[in-house]
Design a protein around this ligand. Structure first.
Ligand SMILES: [Zn+2]
Length: 355
């Protein structure tokens, strides 16, 4: 009995002090929960859902419609990543297949950014997109991180040269979607302390660590633009890139009545703080949009419904193959009136369609 120290060691202290260093590969570790709790499969959403954040360029409209019909998705807003004529063709392809089931948000075209008349070129491009049916314009995180002007300087989101584009969006009655920055962990060293270690190991190019870029500075510029154009409607994708800090997002929404957020690709973040998330979404129910940012699949949609509608505990979150972090999520059991707004009514407002 006893450890090496024999009589001198208290058995209880020895037990609570025991530590181990194992060399099981992290990639091989796949624990299976032994928890037995209620699990509710939700096949169709409580209200017909509008997926406000999806990328369908590589998909066949007919195949996607089949999935939508099976799992109660009324409409998908396709954020095309094409520009120019290819973007117009993408709009047409989905419009031809089912005009009432698809809408398209255009992608900011940076070709010609070095031109002196780039602002005017962009205004013309935006008009053309909207004439062809685009219901929004997206600015991705390349702005502020890689897009450079004629002088070689990084073009920043709050650059005055871009301001007329945001005003033009207001004039055309379409929202501007921002994906600026990324999760906090993408700015940290990719080491054993990084909570998204495996995800970043799978996508080394997603890490901003070691660059000069600061997340706070990127968000500051975005937030300045949102406040500077109160007549323009903005959608800050991925919970305004700040799902780790819903207090910050709440302040941003309070200060800017022209701002919406989508929950796409952030179920993992929201679902690991279910008390905070539930309160937050109920409070801002008029300005939260359902979106996925994943390849349309029946099980993927059903996991989202389970997350939003049930009080189920400790289940997997919808994600891409590399996952986002080693945790599980908890359902938000949102009230019916909130679900209707998040699934559908808020998106219809931005699409100018009557409920
Ligand atoms: Zn996206």
């Amino acid at each position: 009995m006893g450890g090496k120290n024999g009589d001198h060691e208290d058995k209880f202290i020895a037990m609570v002090s025991a530590k181990v260093g194992v060399d099981l590969r992290l990639s091989d570790y796949a624990p299976r929960t032994k928890l037995r709790v209620a699990a509710h499969a939700i096949d169709r959403p409580r209200f017909p859902a509008i997926d406000y954040h999806c990328h369908l360029d590589a998909q066949s409209p007919q195949a996607v419609l089949g999935i939508m019909d099976v799992c109660g998705v009324e409409k998908i807003v396709n954020i095309t990543m094409q520009t120019g004529q290819a973007a117009i063709e993408s709009i047409d392809r989905f419009h031809r297949a089912a005009p009432e089931r698809f809408a398209t948000i255009g992608w900011m075209d940076w070709s010609g950014v070095e031109r002196r008349d780039f602002t005017q070129v962009s205004l013309d491009r935006l008009e053309r997109l909207v004439e062809h049916g685009a219901c929004g314009i997206k600015f991705w995180k390349d702005l502020g991180t890689t897009v450079r002007d004629a002088g070689g300087a990084l073009l920043q989101l709050d650059d005055e040269r871009l301001a007329p584009i945001f005003d033009k969006a207001a004039e055309l009655g379409i929202p501007v979607v921002f994906h600026t920055a990324d999760p906090d962990a993408f700015f940290d060293p990719v080491d054993r302390f990084n909570e998204r270690y495996e995800e970043l190991a799978a996508h080394p190019d997603w890490s901003f660590y070691g660059s000069h870029l600061s997340k706070a500075a990127l968000l500051e510029r975005r937030d300045r633009v949102i406040a500077r154009h109160p007549g323009t409607t903005f959608v800050a994708a991925h919970v305004a890139e700040s799902s780790e800090d819903l207090g910050y997002v709440a302040t941003l929404l309070e200060r800017n009545p022209n701002l919406y957020i989508d929950i796409s690709a952030r179920t993992a973040e929201l679902g690991r703080q279910p008390y905070t998330s539930r309160q937050f979404i109920i409070k801002f129910a008029d300005r939260v949009l359902f979106g996925t940012d994943l390849v349309p699949e029946v099980d993927m949609y059903r996991l989202h419904y389970r997350f939003l509608e049930t009080a189920d505990e400790y289940f997997e979150y919808p994600s891409h193959a590399s996952r986002q972090g080693r945790w599980n999520i908890y359902g938000l059991f949102l009230p019916a009136d909130v679900l209707e707004k998040v699934y559908r009514a808020n998106a219809l407002k931005l699409l100018h369609t009557r409920v």
